[in-house]
Structures are given as C-alpha cells and as structure tokens.
Design a protein around this ligand. Structure first.
Ligand SMILES: [Zn+2]
Length: 254
C-alpha cells in the first residue's frame, strides 16, 4: 500500500516522478505553551491538518498539489521566559523559506502556498523579498482567520481560547486535558491608550499579559464548533488550491 500522493512525507519517488505537481503547500506552526490544556504542538497539528485536508479536497478535483513537511518553529521572541517555548527568529525563517523556494524553483514546481498557524509568524515581507529573485509564485494564508470566526464561535480568543480548543478537540482529542484543567485565558491590555486601541502596534511580553499562557477563554469550546470551522476553512482553501493549480499565470489581473 502506498501513501497519499498529496502528502509528501508518505510519498515515494515512483509516485513523484509520474506526477506534474503544480502547487506545493507548506504548513508552518510553532512550539509553545497553550494554556494548561492544549499541547505545545497545537499550531503544528492545526496547520498540518488544514493543509492536508484542503489538499485532499483539491486532489479529488484533479488539482495536483502536495503538502510538504510542517515547519515546527515560529517567532516567539516574547515568550522566551516560558520553558520549552522554542523561538525561530524571522531572519532564520526567511532563510528556511528561501531554501525551500530555491529547491522548488530548481525542480519546476511553480507555485507555493504557506498555511500558517501562528500569529507571531508573518511571511509577507519574506515573500516580497523572494518575488524579485524567484520564479515560484508564493502566497500565504493564516488559516484561523481566513473565514469570519464570528460565524462559528461566541468568543474565538487568540491563543488557546475557544477557537483553538474547539479545533483541537476535532483534530487530536486524545492530546487535550479536560477544560476543567485550563485557566480562563484572561489577557491584560496595554495601559497606553494608543496601543490598547490598536492605533499603534507593539509585540507583547507574554508572561506579563497572561497567567496561564492563554489569551481567550476556552470554556465554551466544543468539538462541533471546531469541526464546522475546519470544514469551512479547508473547503475554501481547497477552492483556492484548485484555482491556483489550473492557472498558467497566477500573477495576472482582471
Ligand atoms: Zn496556537
């Protein structure tokens, strides 16, 4: 029995040699504490699941897509005082991404989509830099907010809250502690008005913001909410992958 041809880690050269892959998909996560109840690999499980499920749906519609192994480290410069949270600096990520893109470019895989799970990761500037030197068309998706989350959650939260807890109940329920073990995910706001309102942005020092490492209350999380959200997210990403795979000139305009 051979593996799924749209999951590179499961696939052999025999399969790869015979398929003209049009789009590579790169899940990118982080390794960090997620309140008391979710695993450190939460962002990696999420981006892998979303990428593979979207690729499966796209493959069934004849799109030749392949999901690369997940990059497990994110930008966590504000959490270095939380044990075993592992930071990968943006400049290191840019080098990792550059090497992956160079490989794809040399092998005539013409398009790459990053499926990002972690709020501290931002690939846009890296993609802009690669645009001038690479023949690969690169796009990025933050899967958690690519569809309006208010359709699915009472209060989504931004780290280990209702959204992330709900999707992890669907993706890897065996790895979660009961919600009764979780903190309330209360997160303090900046004192300065302009930072609090979002007029100005600055990164937060996480252990001064939250006691339990969470930001967002997981109390109302359910597996059903997570399943509905994931279904909608993976269907809309699959739609995009199908369109992108069949486009001969993705860098073209109406
Ligand atoms: Zn997360």
């Amino acid at each position: 029995m051979s593996g799924r041809p749209y999951v590179l880690e499961e696939t052999t050269w025999k399969t790869v040699k015979a398929i003209d892959y049009e789009v590579a998909v790169l899940p990118w996560g982080a390794t960090e504490a997620h309140n008391y109840h979710l695993p450190y690999g939460t962002d990696n499980y999420e981006s892998s699941y979303v990428a593979i499920e979207a690729a499966r749906k796209a493959w069934e519609r004849e799109a030749r897509v392949v999901v690369l192994p997940t990059v497990p480290f994110g930008v966590n410069t504000g959490q270095l005082d939380i044990r075993l949270t592992i930071n990968m600096n943006p400049s290191t990520q840019a080098m990792v991404l550059g090497d992956i893109v160079e490989s794809l470019d040399a092998q005539d895989v013409p398009k790459l989509v990053i499926v990002n799970s972690h709020g501290g990761n931002d690939f846009r500037q890296m993609i802009r830099e690669l645009q001038s030197s690479s023949g690969v068309f690169i796009a990025a998706i933050n899967w958690w907010n690519c569809i309006d989350v208010k359709l699915f959650y009472d209060e989504a939260g931004d780290h280990a809250g209702e959204l992330e807890t709900s999707v992890m109940m669907e993706i890897a329920p065996e790895l979660l502690l009961p919600i009764s073990e979780a903190g309330d995910g209360a997160a303090r706001k900046f004192k300065i008005a302009g930072l609090k309102s979002g007029l100005a942005w600055a990164p937060r020092t996480w252990t001064r913001v939250t006691e339990d490492t969470g930001s967002g209350n997981p109390a109302r999380a359910t597996r059903e909410k997570g399943a509905r959200h994931l279904e909608a997210v993976t269907s809309s990403i699959a739609e995009f992958l199908v369109d992108l795979a069949k486009s001969d000139a993705p860098d073209s305009y109406e």
